[in-house]
Design a protein around this ligand. Structure first.
Ligand SMILES: *Cc1c(COP(=O)(O)O)cnc(C)c1O
Length: 360
């Protein structure tokens, strides 16, 4: 490495492996929790019509007022709570961390969990502490969590509800205990809310340290990059200070607004995905040797026979199906794979390929 780079790039960044996104050209993409469905023709036509009169020579609305108004309405954000937009919820995690950062300050999250919490702690020079979930069912280990809170006094706790990559949601009672026990902020990361049975959105205002973070990515707009954070104005006013002025571009603002004005298209797609999820879980459970975990999201966690995860992942890839291999990513995820729920033909393709691979 060039001495110049070694001298100036922060050591913790030099140590880091960049977040790797595999090339998926030509593959059935069941790795990234995308909504597989595209837009109906009528929605595309009205969208293109709208874009004709859109001027991109001007900067976007810095606060995205119209989009926020639409979000408040469609997502039933409680009155009196503020909304902050992010370029994906990934950016909101970073915004929160930037506002709280300090060398002795801790980001805490259950593990295995969403990897960006740890990575962004690193980027922003914060400490990270992961609290292991229970190995049997990936439930929160409340005692371990409360002990860790006392010991590390976290500035912020991220709770993905439901959790990625395990797919389950945790006990609401446990979460309420965490909210009461911590002196820090609690971010409920509801990236999978379109597929989930419960939400903390209606609990905003009941706790002065609770915020709810969501995204339009898993609903079907991953390409737009739009996340939104909801919570007490006193917190969000501070986060807003470290947000870059024009973080949500004009095309994203207009397109998201257009999509939200036609939200029934997306809620219908989400309900198809939930039906397909139930079918897929049932079909996967018929394979001997596969452990299928319950899911409240648009993906399913699997445990395959000991030592076979890599071979199964590669065999699926050879048949043109890309899933996520989690084996090796965390000790509690030994022999685990994650599959996103796809279209019916993609799911049946997966089942056929697995039958082929797993048959003795
Ligand atoms: C996908 C995901 C995100 C990031 O979503 P973007 O809005 O696309 O950045 C955040 N949290 C969890 C738990 C996720 O799975």
């Amino acid at each position: 490495m060039s001495p110049l780079i070694e001298r100036w790039i922060r050591p913790e960044i030099l140590d880091l492996a960049a977040y790797r996104i595999p090339d998926s050209t030509g593959l059935v993409k069941l790795d990234a929790m995308e909504n597989p469905y595209t837009w109906p023709d009528s929605l595309i036509t009205s969208w293109l019509e709208m874009l004709k009169t859109t001027s991109v020579n001007r900067y976007p609305d810095p606060a995205g007022h119209q989009l926020v108004t639409r979000l408040r309405d469609v997502m039933a954000i409680p009155e009196g709570q503020a909304v902050l937009l992010g370029n994906g919820s990934d950016e909101l995690i970073q915004t929160i961390a930037l506002a709280l950062a300090g060398a002795d300050r801790v980001i805490m999250a259950p593990e295995p969990g969403f990897v960006m919490y740890r990575m962004i702690a690193r980027f922003t020079g914060m400490q990270y502490h992961g609290v292991p979930l229970r190995s049997k069912d990936f439930a929160l280990d409340l005692n371990a969590f409360l002990t860790a809170i006392e010991r590390y006094d976290p500035a912020v706790i991220f709770l993905a509800y439901p959790n990625n990559p395990t797919g389950n949601h945790w006990s609401r009672i446990d979460i309420e205990q965490i909210l009461q026990a911590t002196n820090g902020l609690v971010v409920m990361d509801e990236a999978y809310s379109p597929f989930a049975a419960d939400t903390f959105m209606e609990d905003l205002g009941r706790y002065d340290n609770l915020v709810v973070m969501r995204t339009l990515s898993k609903l079907g707009l991953a390409g737009l990059r739009l996340g939104y954070l909801c919570g007490p104005p006193a917190w969000l006013d501070e986060f807003n200070k470290v947000r870059l002025p024009y973080n949500i571009n004009t095309l994203t603002q207009l397109t998201a607004e257009h999509a939200l004005a036609n939200i029934q298209v997306f809620t219908e797609q989400a309900s198809w995905i939930k039906q397909r999820r139930a079918e897929l879980i049932q079909q996967l459970a018929t394979f001997p040797g596969l452990q299928v975990f319950p899911s409240d999201a648009n993906f399913i966690l699997l445990r395959v026979p000991t030592g076979t995860a890599e071979a199964i992942f590669s065999a699926l890839l050879a048949q043109g199906i890309l899933i996520k291999k989690l084996d090796d990513s965390h000790p509690l995820l030994d022999d685990c794979l994650r599959v996103t729920v796809g279209k019916p033909e993609e799911n049946s393709g997966l089942i056929r390929a697995l039958a082929d691979i797993l048959s003795p």
